[in-house]
Design a protein around this ligand. Structure first.
Ligand code: HEM
Length: 348
């Protein structure tokens, strides 16, 4: 059993974990381990938004960003997923990951201009949402060892079994900064107009979760259990956050279906949401009837099946400093991502 916080990020505590030192979780889970030389990771969401069938401009945007990802200084990993939002628009989001800020910086400016710098001409909505957290400011969690996802694909290895999980507060305890900080938010999000584009300047300690599900290897009763009993409850929870998350501190939520290189659905999904604070995300997870139900069901099920469970669950959670964020929207409707957190300023 090891701590989720790697040795080189452990520090004298001013704040304590939620569990005693001899706590033993009821089932195994693992975290991604980067090389100690990695000090920062970059998570960049490139979205394209349209109504109805995808036009040639959509196909071109998707091909173009994929080509840029493959170019010099491009990400070490990216994937693509899709969802239909509350306004009826389809959003296709390509998420890319780097573990070097200098490589990302060398790559980003041109990609940004190409993605959101084109003016309103194409009629297609485009957005960029980037966090570049220091490694103290994020955590991962995996229910199985053999299939890293998202930022974990950049990691050197997976950990052994970690101690800080399977209790409310485990997420916070896995974030190295929680040793010394409550990571409370400060400031209010505001919009800045730049020609046709709108940038959102959010605030210190904004929180992002990507929480993924992979049922591609499940069979028979496990598959039926996931699709019939768990997924509908998950969807209800995701719909709640999408439609009514504002008052509880969820700025935006997307329940995404992952697609393959040809744009076809595969048997993976993830919920991705922007939160005012880690505390607000914790409150939802531990109190909303949907998540409480699937959490309880998953705990029981993982405790019984252990490593032979074929349903894979993972998440990555970041609490970003104010200077580790970038949000920019072109031609998007006002409920898109962090635009939902601000009143959209009118064009000059
Ligand atoms: C099928 C879908 C899901 C299942 C079965 C599930 C189940 C679980 C389980 C078992 C844990 C505890 C993990 C551990 O510490 O060992 C957990 C934690 C958590 N889940 Fe989910 N979850 C699902 C989807 C989601 C989604 C989509 C979100 C939000 C977008 C979410 C938010 C959270 C949060 C914030 C925690 C951390 C709670 C804490 O440590 O205080 N979950 N979930």
């Amino acid at each position: 059993m090891e701590s989720a916080i790697p040795a080189h990020l452990q520090t004298a505590r001013s704040r304590h974990r939620r569990v005693p030192d001899d706590y033993k979780p009821p089932y195994p889970s693992f975290v991604a381990r980067h090389k100690p030389a990695v000090t920062r990771v970059i998570m960049a969401y490139f979205g394209v938004q349209y109504r109805g069938e995808p036009t040639a401009a959509v196909a071109e945007a998707l091909a173009q960003i994929a080509a840029r990802f493959a170019a010099d200084n491009g990400p070490l990993h990216w994937d693509r997923a899709r969802y239909v939002d509350q306004a009826g628009f389809t959003n296709v989001v390509s998420v890319a990951y780097w573990d070097s800020a200098s490589r990302f910086d060398a790559w980003f400016d041109q990609a940004r201009e190409a993605w959101t710098g084109g003016g309103e001409g194409s009629g297609v909505g485009c957005f960029i949402e980037v966090l570049r957290p220091h490694v103290e400011r994020y955590e991962t969690l995996f229910s199985s060892l053999d299939r890293p996802e998202g930022v974990a694909i950049l990691a050197e290895a997976m950990s052994g079994e970690v101690q800080e999980h399977a209790y409310w507060g485990g997420m916070r305890d896995r974030i190295p900064l929680s040793q010394t900080s409550d990571m409370a938010p400060s400031g209010e999000p505001r919009a800045v107009r730049d020609g046709a584009r709108i940038r959102v300047v959010a605030h210190d300690n904004l929180c992002l979760i990507r929480s993924g599900q992979d049922w591609s290897d499940t069979e028979a009763s496990e598959r039926k259990m996931y699709l019939d009993d768990v997924e509908p409850v998950l969807r209800e929870g995701m719909d709640f956050l999408r439609d009514d998350g504002g008052p509880i501190g969820c700025y935006a939520n997307r329940y995404m279906r992952v697609v393959d290189a040809d744009g076809r659905d595969i048997e993976k999904s993830y919920g991705q949401s922007w939160w005012r604070s880690l505390a607000a995300l914790e409150r939802w997870a531990e109190s909303h009837p949907t998540h409480v139900r699937i959490f309880g069901a998953a705990m029981k099920y993982l405790s019984t099946l252990g490593p032979s469970a074929k349903l894979r669950l993972y998440h990555e959670v970041t609490v970003a400093a104010a200077d580790e964020q970038f949000f920019e929207y072109l031609n998007c409707h006002p409920q898109t991502g962090m635009l939902a957190a601000v009143a959209t300023p009118s064009a000059p």
